[in-house]
Write a protein that binds this ligand. Structure first.
Ligand SMILES: O=C(O)c1cc(=O)[nH]c(=O)n1[C@@H]1O[C@H](COP(=O)(O)O)[C@@H](O)[C@H]1O
Length: 244
């Protein structure tokens, strides 16, 4: 896999037109486009259709977290939309994770399509140890909680997790080489962390063993998003040891 195929751009924009502008510019330089809560709430399934019409892959980042029956229904609807990746919160527990995995498998089989990748969000990258303990009330180190949820996710039959790059090595040790690790909280050296707490550079995240990097503002808020994506991709090729 080329480095650029590991870049998932977060289209955190207010509407379809802004999303489409970024898709046009970034298509040659990235592997997938992430439709998250902002764009999906504003534009709905049209956002997914727009990206697919341009030939892009879609990660539906709706972080499903509800009772098992409700999450399974939403997961089935996302499979019917034709997304390539979707996510749920590991905090929903084993029954919810198993219901989501079964729903994705069954709906894809009924449609005769390959199943999209299903991953679970662990501890949000905006949280640090203090917030996890004192605000969320989980009395555990961040890494221990991430690994606990990663194991649960794997046992429930999902493809991988979303976690910060700082936990990649611990997840790899616990879940093995084939488990997908999708890492937001990625910032090129010197970039503004914004609301992210647990961050790392793209090159370091790759060296640690990330499967995909989710990158938003360092690309989308750059004066020239295509140039920013290309530069990040080239630096990542270096980290992978590929010749471009
Ligand atoms: O599930 C996610 O994608 C996600 C999980 C997480 O723990 N942290 C996190 O930042 N994200 C998403 O990753 C993207 C990061 O965007 P930037 O901080 O702009 O690079 C946002 O769209 C977040 O919604």
């Amino acid at each position: 896999m080329r480095a650029k195929d590991k870049i998932i751009v977060a289209l955190d924009v207010p509407g379809l037109a802004a999303g489409e502008e970024l898709v046009r510019r970034l298509l040659p330089y990235v592997g997938m486009f992430k439709v998250g809560l902002e764009l999906y709430t504003a534009a709905g399934p049209a956002a997914v259709h727009m990206i697919k019409e341009h030939g892009g892959k879609v990660f539906a980042d709706l972080k499903l977290h509800d009772i098992p029956n409700t999450v399974a229904g939403a997961a089935r609807a996302l499979v019917r939309l034709g997304v390539d990746m979707l996510n749920v919160h590991a905090a929903g527990g084993r029954k919810m994770l198993c219901a989501a995995a079964a729903a994705v498998r069954e709906e894809a089989a009924a449609l005769g399509r390959p199943a999209p990748l299903l991953i679970a969000v662990t501890v949000l990258t905006s949280l640090d140890g203090d917030a996890l303990r004192n605000e969320v009330g989980i009395e555990r180190e961040v890494e221990d909680q991430v690994v606990r949820w990663a194991r649960l996710t794997q046992e429930a039959g999902l493809d991988g997790v979303v976690a910060s790059p700082r936990e990649i090595q611990a997840i790899r040790r616990a879940c093995g080489p084939d488990f997908l690790i999708v890492t937001p909280g990625v910032r090129p050296a010197g970039a503004d962390p914004g609301d992210q707490s647990r961050i790392m550079t793209p090159q370091d995240a790759l060296r640690q063993g990330a499967s995909y990097l989710v990158i938003g503002r360092p690309i989308t808020a750059a004066p020239d998003p295509a140039a920013a994506a290309r530069a990040i991709g080239e630096e990542m090729e270096g980290a992978l040891g590929n010749n471009v």
